[in-house]
Design a binder for this molecule. Structure first.
Ligand SMILES: N[C@@H](CCC[C@H](N)C(=O)O)C(=O)O
Length: 254
């Protein structure tokens, strides 16, 4: 079995393609294991299109490192788009089916080490605007998967114990966002990894959307996750666009 390891803004993934669609929860746990596997935040299984009558180029299954299946993954969508393009499974402008819906992506630049990829997420849905917890205000929204967002004034301090409590209570990923001039800094505790990751695409999108709706930033900004990489986020009439570098780390045979 040949797998690729990618990093998209610091969120890392194992990716392979197969025509066989089945549950790969146990495989995800093994491959994502940091000590005994390849090591990743998630597993992406790309299932190429088998007939011409679909209005997308391929389908994917996304698993978190604990084996749970997630509806969507923003950074994973960019890594997977690069993988699909590099392996001639899709054209540079593509669409693919996730549990959350059809995602449009575009590989704007590509070489053997990765490239620049834009992904358009499913339309954001604000679910709650005033969740109070430990004297802090949290917003709940869905940008493909559920997120809680708190606009903070100290991004250096992320209370992981508090994030764990909120994650359990609301079955959501937990983000703190800091307005840094015209741009944003975001940190995310991810469901299914059960820890803070270096970046979360749908989490950055959720944080951006709330900051935009609250009038704190414009409709086109830069967002910096914990990894420090730069992501370009924008909002259009349909949804949130999300662009940044993806890195192909290695390809290996298992
Ligand atoms: N890292 C992803 C989100 C992956 C799914 C998430 N952990 C969940 O279970 O909701 C991203 O970049 O969006």
């Amino acid at each position: 079995m040949i797998v690729s390891k990618y990093s998209a803004s610091g969120n890392d993934f194992v990716i392979f393609h197969t025509f066989v669609k089945k549950n790969r929860s146990e495989l995800a746990k093994k491959l994502c294991h940091r000590q005994e596997g390849v090591g990743a935040d998630g597993l992406i299984v790309l299932i190429p299109k088998s007939s011409l009558d679909n209005d997308y180029d391929f389908e994917w299954q996304f698993y978190n490192s604990d084996g749970s299946e997630a509806e969507m993954c923003g950074n994973g969508s960019r890594a997977c788009a690069h993988y699909a393009f590099a392996n001639e499974l899709a054209p540079g402008k593509m669409s693919f089916l996730t549990v959350a819906g059809v995602i449009n992506a575009e590989v704007e630049a590509s070489n053997a080490k990765g490239g620049m990829v834009l992904s358009e997420l499913t339309p954001p849905q604000i679910l709650e605007t005033n969740i109070e917890h430990n004297g802090k205000r949290w917003f709940k929204l869905n940008t493909g998967v559920p997120h809680l967002v708190h606009i903070c004034d100290d991004i250096e301090f992320f209370d992981i114990a508090e994030a764990r409590e909120l994650r359990k209570k609301h079955n959501a990923n937990i983000n703190i966002v800091f307005v840094d001039g015209k741009n944003l800094r975001v940190r995310t505790y991810e469901r299914g990894v059960e820890d803070e990751t270096f970046a979360c695409g749908t989490g950055m999108a959720a944080s951006f959307y709330i900051a935009y709706k609250e009038g704190l930033v414009s409709n086109n900004i830069k967002v910096y996750p914990k990894s420090g990489e730069t992501l370009y986020l924008g909002v259009n009439e349909r949804s949130i666009t999300f662009k940044g570098e993806v890195k192909k780390i290695f390809v290996t045979e298992i």
